[in-house]
Design a protein around this ligand. Structure first.
Ligand SMILES: [Zn+2]
Length: 78
């Protein structure tokens, strides 16, 4: 049964490619338990990706957040 084989796959650890979700740069790999999404990607022969944020984008976004909170009145634009 297809459902049973998917269930068995879930017991495995899979290799995820970590990518920055902002600039798309490659950040390495990690091992994590399989999930339905990863199994589907593997069945399709596609790389299993998970998203994180690289140091450069983190700094950029933190600065962005800080500049928004300094302005303070962005909430009243709508
Ligand atoms: Zn990045």
């Amino acid at each position: 049964m297809l459902i049973e084989s998917l269930f068995n796959l879930k017991e495995r650890e899979m290799i995820y490619q970590i990518r920055c979700s902002y600039c798309g740069c490659y950040m390495g790999e990690k091992e994590a338990p399989a999930n339905a999404f990863a199994i589907k990607m593997e069945l399709l022969g596609l790389p299993i990706e998970t998203h994180s944020i690289c140091g450069q984008c983190r700094r950029f976004i933190l600065e962005d957040i800080r500049s928004i909170s300094i302005k303070g009145d962005d909430h009243e634009q709508r």
